[in-house]
Design a protein around this ligand. Sequence first.
Ligand code: B12
Ligand code: SF4
Length: 428
Amino acid sequence: MRILLVNPPNCGRSIPEERYGIDSIKQIFRGEPLALEVLAGNLEGFETAICDLKAAPDSFTADLEDFRPDIVAVTGVTCEANTMLRLARQAKEAGALTVAGGIHASSDPEFFNRAEFDYVVVGLGRQSFRELVETLAAGGRDAPSGVARTSPGRPLSFAPRRFSAADAGGDPPPAYELVRNHRSHYRLERLGLDMGFVVSAYGCPFDCDFCCIKGLTGGRYLTVPVESVVRDIGLLPTPVIRLLDANTFGDPAHAERLCDAITTAGIKKNFLADVRSDTVVRHPELMKKWRDAGLKAVIIGFEEIDDERLAELNKKNRSAVNTEAISVLHDIGITIIGDFIISPDYEEDDFERLGRYIADNRVDLPMITVLTPLPGTRLHQRLRDRIVVDDLDFYTLTNAVLPTKLPEEKFYRLYAELIREGHRNARL
Ligand code: B12
Ligand code: SF4
């Protein structure tokens, strides 16, 4: 059985660009399709290939013709959902069975309950997708737990999976070699450094209202065995490793064991990882230890600078803790990439206050997105009736899909200025 795993091209549309000619907000990031490498790694015994349309945007038709897949399995985030349908349509015309997976499929599986797709994998797919492929190879059609067989016109029904350690990782490793021809694309542009992706944990112990991570693990936090993580780091030729976890330090004891294992293995690489500010404040010694093991920068979801707004997002954190974490990290010497969320309700002075906070606290690189009710989140349930942009192409987190309080153009001009200012002062 031949399986083609497909990563959609960079897509997503930009309101500020299309309506006001502001082209500085939409961002293009790069990186290897680790989800597909993880799936392929666990498909030993089957012929697999990865079609990375972010690296080679025109390669899909040729891959369909040359590889002649029996199954075409497509990943994607919400702004890629429409593109996933288009790719599946083409795959079906070529005679393949089609499978949707990834963050949008996990958050809103019903979206893919259409003729374009035969199956939808909900949540971590390492094990469930293998089980599906084995079933199909044996001539069966029934979906294993965590996989829905589509039923267009009727609600999707499937057995939810109780995710466990086996779904998270272990042997065999991700099939990093399947994208070796594209590796020069996977770079940290700002520093001109090659970067590889490794995962050490899935899910998050928290449950913020706007976050879609929960759907991947059914709300559980699952760590990958440290030996597997160290093995994966060793398999990558890159000097920089981005740990892709939603929250690398969700289990501080696991994070410490991983740090010790990296040191013991004599690995000399630079790391980038996600951490919450309250974890930094509670575990400064752990952060120091990680710095010594190569942690150069952390990504922190500060989100908002007001306690009231943080509470509205169910962030379970306070602004004073965010500020303290910044100071702890500055003292330790770890670079801070700070995620901030601007609300469509923002007025001029909210933009000013955020700009001042970023400058005064010397956040090394701010990453600013617009509060977006992503399908499948509590925020979406709460604000569904206020949504004015339904087309998922705009769900890039850089468009206001809710009405802006300020005149829309003014909102985007202030947003673009905030981004410009952040990049001008960036220390990375
Ligand atoms: C790495 C990453 C990227 C990489 C993706 C590399 C690539 N594929 O080419 C890059 C940097 C390119 C990227 C880009 C963007 N990203 Co991004 N990204 C991530 C990140 C940090 C990790 C995802 C990951 O690879 N995890 C590791 C893998 C192994 O886990 P996984 O993806 O969950 O995969 C498992 C399951 O989901 C499932 N699965 C996944 N795909 C498939 C496919 C099939 C067929 C099957 C069966 C199963 C399956 O099985 C996998 C193994 O168990 C997540 C946040 C997070 N920590 O999850 C955000 C995240 C996915 N990104 C996000 C966003 C918004 C974006 C951008 C829109 C950002 C922007 N504003 O431009 C763009 C979209 C690209 C575009 N089209 O323009 C959001 C998505 C929210 C949403 N619902 O849409 C997230 C969740 C971050 C957040 N802010 O909340 N991103
Ligand atoms: S702490 Fe981060 S990863 Fe965890 S639920 Fe909140 S936003 Fe999502």
